[in-house]
Ligand binder design. Sequence first.
Ligand SMILES: Nc1nc2c(ncn2[C@@H]2O[C@H](COP(=O)(O)OP(=O)(O)OP(=O)(O)O)[C@@H](O)[C@H]2O)c(=O)[nH]1
Ligand SMILES: [Mg+2]
Length: 262
Amino acid sequence: MLQIVIPAYNEEGRLPRTLRDLRRHVAAHRGVLGRVEVLVVDNASTDRTAEVARAADSSALPVRVLRCARRGKGAAVRAGLLASDADLVCFMDADGATGLDAMEEAWRRLLLGADVVIGSRALAGSDTEARHCRTRSAGAAAYRRLAGRLVPGVADTQCGFKFFRGDLVRRVVGEMRTGGFSFDVELLVLLLAAGARIEEIPVTWTDVPGSTFVPARHGAGAFVELASIAWRRRAFERPVPAAAPAATAVPLPVALPLGGHG
Ligand SMILES: Nc1nc2c(ncn2[C@@H]2O[C@H](COP(=O)(O)OP(=O)(O)OP(=O)(O)O)[C@@H](O)[C@H]2O)c(=O)[nH]1
Ligand SMILES: [Mg+2]
């Protein structure tokens, strides 16, 4: 079974079409994908997000709505992944920006032994014709450079289309602290530290109007979150002081486990 987590904040406008497209896609590829269920994670939406999600529930594509008390996309994805119990889980955005054709390829890679398969708009085969305005693109380029240092080998950390081996992601996502838009970076750091094999696949990506990411409001916060992820990583990388007397030994802090990936 595949469970799809969709974080949703005030998505009454964009979610119905995404769920409709998903239902059609799953029906057409049932032979490959098998049983699929959607978990919409809503927190503090002030519109009819939960109602439109429940209205899309059908036997062809069951849709459940979960509430998450903590705000933010990262917090919602974390709650959805922790609530999952399928062998394969993924998350995707309510805007339907990433073409669903990539689902079968992600599914195939997982079956062939990948632990994590992520959509990437940076690969040669991807199609991302309509991109953001110039200011946002410049900010995104700076962000990519910094994120790339934390997650070496991953060209696009931010695409809202990521597939996981369920047991593995459930094991690490509880450690994730980032509640906002930089959570992908922390999740990938945690997965790399756990020894996960991460593969990127090209996607078709279209800019869908109505983004919940407002650069002026969320941009600085995303960079601050990156700094916090980097700091926690470094703090954990510091050598452990040698030879503490056994009687006074202090337990190691529970933080990001690190495997020397950066
Ligand atoms: N539950 C929840 N979902 C959120 C929150 N903020 C964003 N989301 C969801 O996160 C997903 C991605 O948001 P988008 O608005 O597509 O923004 P983005 O993909 O980062 O940026 P674009 O490239 O402009 O699409 C959507 O499904 C949003 O509804 C939040 O605070 N809570
Ligand atoms: Mg989006």
